[in-house]
Design a protein around this ligand. Structure first.
Ligand SMILES: *[C@@H]1O[C@H](CO)[C@@H](O)[C@H](O)[C@H]1NC(C)=O
Ligand SMILES: *[C@@H]1O[C@H](CO)[C@@H](O)[C@H](O)[C@H]1NC(C)=O
Ligand SMILES: *[C@@H]1O[C@H](CO)[C@@H](O)[C@H](O)[C@H]1NC(C)=O
Ligand SMILES: *[C@@H]1O[C@H](CO)[C@@H](O)[C@H](O)[C@H]1NC(C)=O
Length: 307
């Protein structure tokens, strides 16, 4: 009895003396072990010098933990370094990760590993400005909590997988610009309500009708610098659309009158094969000439009058 009372009072005193420490969880041992494996697999690079057992792994650079609740590693960000090698499979053994970033690593190569599908809590997956190659993996749609999928500025090839139209939870913003993707955009992407899509600077072909239509929700779309080829006069512009870049493609037809009813902050159709008069009204005359130049026979303000 006495003993337990004194233990309780010691605990109470400790809590009073160290109020903040008492709430903090130490780094989870499994996560520490996994991070050390990742460090080894990346060749023990200088950028991870703070990853050593003498320091709690929640204190390591490039790592963040949920110290209030679990001490589990929730963020791993490795950027701007010349580490070389592949994304380690062990990454899949950090089950509480919400943010995973590999950015600005020009010697990071290989493919995006399947192990990433184990990270079901991920809200942000950013692999950008690396030498990662291979396909955009079809398994990414299993990450049902993703808000941001950024795979821009890599060496990805092949076509956009059908499965990206199969996200069952949140619909993420998707950034695939500056890769070497080819083929048509799958119709399945039209089943979801995307907000932001950036497919610019690839070799994509076909049409984009899956993102357009009265009940679609796309807000910001960059499809510039591809080989899209379709009749623009057939597109129905959703009210949600705020920014659309279609420049540097092979799009033909004329701009429809309905475009004057959409509230656009940005619109660029330069370097295509458009023809006919630019509809007068709405926001269309506020955009610079450079948003309309280099088409087959587009005319009218802000371009010179039609003859
Ligand atoms: C790459 O990193 C190594 C050490 O990790 C360093 O010695 C070397 O100078 C770096 N090279 C470049 C080009 O930055
Ligand atoms: C997409 O949004 C529209 C209206 O904004 C809604 O009617 C439709 O149910 C949504 N579709 C899905 C798959 O969430
Ligand atoms: C969009 O509207 C069309 C026709 O009104 C309808 O057939 C279709 O199911 C709707 N799509 C979504 C995703 O709500
Ligand atoms: C429109 O796109 C073209 C081609 O990419 C570019 O040169 C031009 O600066 C853009 N205009 C604006 C206002 O962004």
């Amino acid at each position: 009895m006495n003993k337990s009372i004194s233990i309780i009072s010691i605990i109470i005193i400790l809590c009073l003396v160290t109020p903040s420490l008492s709430k903090q969880h130490a780094c989870n041992k499994n996560d520490e072990k996994t991070l050390l494996k990742i460090k080894k697999s990346l060749g023990d690079p200088d950028i991870l010098a703070s990853w050593k057992k003498t320091l709690d792994c929640c204190e390591w650079n490039n790592v963040a933990c949920d110290v209030q609740n679990s001490g589990r590693v929730t963020e791993l960000t490795i950027s701007s370094s010349n580490i070389s090698g592949q994304i380690p499979e062990e990454i899949g053994d950090l089950p509480y990760l919400e943010t995973l970033v590999f950015r600005d690593l020009k010697n990071l190569n290989g493919e995006i590993p399947l192990a990433i599908t184990k990270l079901t809590r991920l809200t942000q997956l950013i692999i950008s400005k690396t030498h990662i190659s291979g396909p955009v993996p079809s398994f990414l749609s299993k990450l049902t909590n993703l808000y941001n999928l950024d795979l821009s500025f890599n060496k990805l090839t092949g076509s956009i997988p059908e499965s990206l139209g199969g996200f069952t939870g949140h619909v993420p913003n998707i950034y695939l610009s500056h890769n070497q993707l080819s083929g048509n955009v799958p119709k399945s992407l039209g089943y979801l309500n995307f907000s932001i899509i950036d497919f610019s600077s690839n070799h994509l072909t076909g049409d984009l009708s899956m993102f357009f239509g009265a009940n679609k929700t796309i807000q910001i779309a960059d499809f510039s610098r591809n080989n899209f080829q379709f009749d623009i006069s057939e597109l129905e512009y959703p009210w949600s659309l705020a920014s659309l870049d279609l420049s540097h493609n092979k799009i033909y037809g004329s701009l429809p009158e309905t475009l004057t009813e959409v509230f656009l902050a940005y619109f660029n159709v330069s370097y295509n094969r458009l023809c006919g008069k630019i509809p007068q009204g709405g926001d269309l005359q506020y955009f610079d000439k450079s948003c309309y130049v280099h088409n087959r026979c587009l005319c009218g303000s802000p371009l010179p009058p039609c003859s």
